[in-house]
Design a binder for this molecule. Structure first.
Ligand SMILES: Cc1cc2nc3c(=O)[nH]c(=O)nc-3n(C[C@H](O)[C@H](O)[C@H](O)COP(=O)(O)OP(=O)(O)OC[C@H]3O[C@@H](n4cnc5c(N)ncnc54)[C@H](O)[C@@H]3O)c2cc1C
Length: 346
C-alpha cells in the first residue's frame, strides 16, 4: 500500500494527535503511524488512570480522558491512523524545489509526504521478551503473543499469561470470562498493578476461574507444530512443572527504544533529535521533531510544550505543501469553516 499525504507523523501520542488539529486548521491532511496497538503514547500506555493537572484550562483530567478529548477534537479533520507497525526506513525523494519523504513500516506500508513529523516520544515501545527463551519471536503466530490485539482469539482457549504488572492483571480479569482455562504465572506473589485489579484477579482465583501460579518463572516452551504447553520452574524449590495450553501471553511490560530513528542521519543530542526552535525542523529540511523526542536549550518533556512546538512546525509544513503562499492565520473563535465542520455557529 502506498499513500500520499501532506504530513506523515511517526507516533500517535498526544503531540501527534494535536498535530492533526493544527494541520487540519490549515487544510493539511495527516497520516499517523504507531508501533503500539492504541493511540495516546505514554498517556494511554503508561499512566491512563493518573490525573494530569497542567493542561491549560483543564484543571483535572486523567491521561486517558486527555487522549479521548484530543481524539474528539481532531474528528473534523482528515487523518488516518495506522497502528501495530513501526516506521522502519526513511528515504528522500529528491526534487529540485521541495523534496518529499518516503517512509516504510514494519508492515511494508509506504507513505509519502512533503513533511515528516517525528513525534516519537522516548522512542517506540517494544515488548520485553521472556527471559531464558532463545528467539521467542519465532513463535509469534504459533501460540505466543506480547499483546492482545483481538480478545476473541482467546475464546474457549487454554491460556497462560505471564507477568505481574497492570497489563497482566487487566487481561487476566478481562479474559477469564471467555477462555476455557486461564493461568496467571508470576515470579512472586506480589503484583505491581493497580490494587483494585489485583483484588479482582484474586477473587477470580477464589472462584476457580483463574489458576494463579507463583513463584514461578518460564523455563521452556513446548512446541509441536505450534505451542502446546510450557515448562515453568518454581523460583524457590527449583521444581519443574509442565502445563498444557493453546496460547501464551507474555506481558512483561515495555522497553523504550529510539530504534531506526538513529539511522536517519539527523543531528542528535543525547539520544534526542536537535531542532531549530523557529519551526522545530531537524537538520534535514522537511523533517520536524516535536514533543518528548526533540531537544533544544530549555526543553521540558511536557505535553503543553509539545503542543506549542507542533503548532509552529505545522506552519512550515504548510509552506512546503503550498510553496509561495502565505500561511493563513485565523483565530478559531472566528474560523467559520471550522465552526461549520463542527456544526456550531457563534
Ligand atoms: C507517569 C508519567 C506521568 C506524566 N505526567 C505528566 C503530566 O502530568 N503533565 C505533562 O505535561 N506530561 C506528563 N508526562 C509526560 C508526557 O506523558 C509526555 O510529555 C508526552 O506523552 C509526550 O508526548 P509525545 O506525543 O511527544 O510522545 P509519546 O507520548 O511518548 O508518544 C510517542 C509514540 O510514538 C511511538 N513511536 C516511537 N517510535 C516509533 C516508530 N519508529 N514507529 C512507530 N511508532 C513509534 C511510540 O510507540 C509512542 O506511542 C508524564 C509521563 C509519565 C511517564
Amino acid at each position: 500500500m502506498e499513500t500520499k499525504t501532506d504530513i506523515i507523523i511517526v507516533g500517535a501520542g498526544p503531540v501527534a494527535l494535536f498535530t492533526v488539529f493544527e494541520a487540519g486548521l490549515l487544510g493539511l491532511e495527516c497520516v499517523l503511524i504507531d508501533n503500539l496497538d492504541k493511540v495516546g503514547g505514554q498517556c494511554s500506555e503508561l499512566y491512563p488512570g493518573k490525573p494530569i493537572y497542567d493542561i491549560p484550562g483543564v484543571p483535572y483530567q486523567t491521561a486517558q480522558e486527555h487522549v479521548n478529548a484530543l481524539l474528539e477534537q481532531i474528528k473534523p479533520f482528515k487523518h488516518e491512523i495506522h497502528l501495530n507497525q513501526r516506521v522502519n526506513s526513511l528515504e528522500e525523494i529528491a526534487d529540485e524545489e521541495i523534496s518529499s519523504w518516503k517512509v516504510t513500516t514494519s508492515e511494508k506500508n509506504v507513505f509519502i509526504a512533503k513533511s515528516l513529523f517525528i513525534a516519537a516520544g522516548a522512542g517506540s515501545f517494544e515488548p520485553r521478551r521472556p527471559p531464558n527463551i532463545e528467539n521467542p519471536d519465532q513463535f509469534l503466530d504459533e501460540g505466543v503473543s506480547y499483546s492482545v490485539k483481538d480478545k476473541n482469539k482467546y475464546k474457549n482457549k487454554d491460556l497462560i499469561i505471564f507477568g505481574g504488572g497492570d497489563s497482566a492483571l487487566d487481561w487476566t480479569v478481562e479474559l477469564a470470562d471467555i477462555t476455557n482455562s486461564l493461568r496467571l504465572v508470576h515470579r512472586r506473589d506480589a503484583f505491581r498493578g493497580v490494587p483494585n485489579t489485583e483484588a479482582q484477579m484474586r477473587e477470580l482465583v477464589e472462584t476457580g476461574q483463574v489458576d494463579l501460579k507463583t513463584p514461578f518463572v518460564i523455563e521452556k516452551l513446548i512446541f509441536d507444530q505450534k505451542i502446546t504447553g510450557v515448562s515453568i520452574k518454581n523460583f524457590e524449590t527449583k521444581e519443574i512443572e509442565n502445563l498444557d495450553c493453546d496460547e501464551i501471553l507474555f506481558l512483561f511490560g515495555l522497553n523504550k527504544k529510539l530504534g531506526p530513528i538513529v539511522d536517519w542521519n539527523l543531528e542528535l543530542s543525547d539520544k534526542k533529535i536537535s531542532v531549530d526552535t523557529e519551526n522545530y525542523q531537524t537538520s534535514s529540511k522537511g523533517i520536524f521533531a516535536v514533543g518528548d523526542i526533540n531537544d533544544y536549550p530549555g526543553k521540558l518533556d511536557l505535553i503543553l510544550c509539545g503542543f506549542h512546538e507542533t503548532t509552529l512546525a505545522v506552519q512550515e509544513a504548510y509552506r512546503r505543501s503550498h510553496p509561495g503562499e502565505k500561511v493563513p492565520f485565523a483565530y478559531t473563535t472566528s474560523n467559520t469553516k471550522l465552526q461549520r465542520k463542527l456544526g456550531v455557529s457563534d
